[in-house]
Design a protein around this ligand. Structure first.
Ligand code: FHN
Length: 690
């Protein structure tokens, strides 16, 4: 093989998300969409709000994070502390939050500038905070005996905050839910459990939440276990939309959320917005709605020992950062068992509210910044008629007081402070930059907001982005060149030359047939206004097919046991069992702790092409094709998906996957697709007899 190993495994140039595809629905659901509320109309209030309150409340507030002397638990206490279901049920008769006051919760949210509130109708413990006809495992069967969702939805309607509900698919209480927790599988037999019956129960409860409390958003979660599938997600999404055509549903109704990054990785995925969790994406994703959910301290559910509270400054700057990238910020409070918010949470809501009272205009109804990173802070944008207002959130005043906006091409109107008497500030153009002169003293230590009026929508001279699924290709490769700034034109070359005003103008995706170096540059009114970006794409020879002898269906899997922190060398021996299985995935018996698996066989490439492999695992895993590592997802981690590409000729190729699980959750899935195809589980598997 002429190419060295590194060349076969080019990293994916751009993830498979982005653009409208990350939120689009499959044709059948899209057809439904056209028949009911168009998507933009449904999301209008949610995009306007930009900021919401997340509430994780339930029986887990009773132990408040403590169990048998350990104090690090939250809403996962039953699973994390291995509390048998019978013992956990003892919290139900102890749940009596007599200080619960829905009006007070809504007032705190509203004063903080939050436009909506998402409360756990049911978390993973299966306990309902509402009056459900489907079960007694709900709040009506506690001494409190009041319908929390009914009181809260009514208070929201009165208090100008949109009521929304979180509902967990995973259910650690219902006898039909599968899989059982690994640690309780013995004492809590799954015999007789019928997951189809559980799905009917799930649909019935979701229908109750929608029809009784009219949530603006149904925020699903707990979709990651292998009993939940894309097909069930589409079915549940359709149910929600059929009951309320205006309802917004997050992307965790489906199974395509790539871990905590939260964005769907498939155009077939259903769900109206992406859901990064406890993290803020480095940049926004144009054409994609998303919402980051984060805690105020270290826990979602109340933990009386958790003193790791974020400052008001951090929380406000997180809000600004998220909104400047086109997202929503869902900030969590875990109420106490008596029905009150922790004092520290109340103080932070008040602090955020004080900033929002002066600057909420720079958050509500704004859209993403047209600039790349701004060293002094962030920018949000709002259209007003033919003009636009840029809201410049200054975190750190530049030492020279010059607030520089790089490459802003618009005609300028005026600049001034947003808060207070809205005093004007000096602003001038310096070449393609705009400079606002700040005074020595800044009005707000958290973020001082400067407004800048401009004609039209923002034109920022940013270099274009070259976007493709892979750096290598066998068949013609589609390459897009994108600019975040309307009003600019892109000119490009394919021979590595610097584009000029005579170079071809980019109007549609390029179809590369041979190795090329794409150079692209932004032009405004015929003049180059950005740096040139370049990316090399290589047409490669596919790996030749292997000629295995005597193939049989399925792959061989060897099992191991041991305590590892990273993938061991399984070839050193210690196999506890060997068998042939139809797919590279976990079976119930594989979900134990301190377990390792080694799969090997052949995969049949249907045609000469570059193939994307997506390997998802909790804990570590690795994929090799024809002896070359294509995906390395090793290490101790939660469910994480990594991808790689490899060029394969039509025919059989050796495939080997190794995986280990230390403790806790166990997950393993392998999907693949030819470039441009929809990722699907690897099915075309065979193995050779010894
Ligand atoms: O397991 C849940 C967790 O308890 C919490 O509800 C977060 C918030 O979105 N979601 C899941 C973890 O990803």
């Amino acid at each position: 093989m002429s190419l060295d190993a590194r060349r076969w495994f080019a990293p994916l140039v751009v993830a498979l998300v982005g653009g409208a595809s990350a939120c689009s629905s499959p044709p059948s659901v899209q057809a439904q969409e056209a028949a009911t509320e168009p998507r933009d109309a449904r999301l209008d209030w949610w995009r306007e709000a930009r900021f919401g309150l997340f509430i994780h409340w339930g029986l887990y507030a009773v132990p408040a994070g403590e169990w048998q002397g350990e104090t690090g638990y939250g809403e996962w206490i039953r699973e994390s502390a291995h509390i048998p279901v019978g013992e956990y049920e003892q919290f139900q008769p102890r749940f009596d939050p007599l200080r619960f006051d829905a009006e007070q919760w809504v007032a705190l949210a509203h004063e903080a500038g939050m436009g909506y509130l998402v409360i756990t109708s049911k978390h993973h413990d299966g306990f309902g905070l509402f009056d459900s006809a489907q079960t007694d495992w709900d709040v009506m069967n506690t001494p409190f005996h009041r319908d929390v969702l009914a009181e809260l939805s009514a208070a929201c309607a009165r208090g100008g905050v949109r009521f929304c509900a979180y509902h967990s698919i995973m259910d650690w209480h219902h006898p039909d839910y599968l899989p059982r927790r690994a640690w309780e599988a013995a004492e809590r037999s799954a015999d007789g459990a019928d997951f189809e019956r559980f799905v009917k129960y799930l649909h019935a409860q979701v229908s109750e939440v929608i029809t009784k409390y009219s949530p603006g958003v149904l925020w699903f979660d707990g979709e990651w276990e292998n009993t939940w599938t894309h097909e069930r997600g589409v079915e549940l999404y359709k149910l929600c939309r059929s009951l309320d055509p205006a309802l917004i549903v997050n992307n965790r109704v489906d199974v395509h959320r790539g871990g905590m990054g939260g964005f769907s990785d498939s155009s077939e995925a259903v769900g109206d917005f992406g859901t990064p969790e406890q993290e803020i994406p480095a940049t926004g994703l144009s054409g994609t709605d998303w919402e980051t959910c984060m805690t105020m301290n270290g826990n979602w559910g109340y933990n009386s020992h958790d003193t790791n509270w974020k400052s008001v400054e951090t929380l406000v700057r997180n809000l600004i950062d998220v909104v400047s990238k086109g997202g929503n910020y869902l900030l969590n409070v875990g109420p106490k068992a008596d029905g009150t918010f922790p004092d520290e949470a109340v103080a932070r809501l008040h602090g955020i509210g004080a900033w929002m009272k002066e600057n909420g205009e720079a958050i509500h109804g704004t859209s993403a910044s047209p600039f790349e990173q701004l060293p002094w802070g962030r920018c949000t944008v709002k259209r007003n008629g033919a003009n636009s207002t840029l809201y410049l959130h200054v975190f750190e005043r530049p030492a020279d007081g010059r607030l520089v906006l790089p490459g802003l091409g618009n005609e300028l109107l005026s600049a001034g402070w947003l808060a207070g008497p809205r005093l004007l500030l000096p602003v001038k153009r310096e070449g393609t930059d705009v400079v606002i002169q700040l005074p020595a003293a800044m009005p707000d230590p958290i973020a001082s907001v400067v407004t800048l009026g401009i004609q039209g929508e923002p034109i920022v001279y940013r270099a274009p982005e070259i976007v493709a699924e892979s750096d290598i290709f066998v068949r013609p490769l589609s390459v897009k060149i994108e600019t975040k700034s309307p009003g600019l034109e892109i000119r490009y070359t394919l021979d590595g030359q610097e584009p000029d005003a005579r170079s071809p103008r980019y109007e549609r995706p390029l179809a590369l047939e041979s190795s090329s170096v794409v150079n692209a540059r932004a032009f405004h009114e015929g003049k180059p206004v950005s740096a040139t970006v370049a990316h090399a794409f290589e047409r490669v020879e596919p790996l030749p097919p292997r000629k295995p002898n005597g193939v049989e269906p399925g792959v061989r899997v060897r099992r191991y046991s041991g305590e590892w922190a990273s993938l061991p060398d399984f070839s050193a021996g210690g196999t506890t069992s060997t068998e042939v299985v139809p797919e590279i995935a976990l079976r119930p018996a594989d979900r134990g702790e301190n377990t390792g698996l080694s799969f090997d066989g052949h995969v049949l490439a249907p045609r000469d092409d570059v193939y994307v492999f997506a390997l998802s695992s909790d804990d570590g895993s690795q994929l090799a094709i024809d002896g070359l590592i294509v995906v390395d997802n090793d290490g101790l981690h939660g469910t994480v998906e990594k991808r790689g590409t490899v060029a394969l000729a039509m025919g059989a190729h050796d495939i080997a996957v190794v995986w280990f699980n230390r403790t806790g959750g166990a997950e393993l899935s392998l999907r693949w697709a030819p470039l441009g195809g929809e990722l699907a589980p690897v099915r075309e598997l065979t193995h050779s007899e010894w």
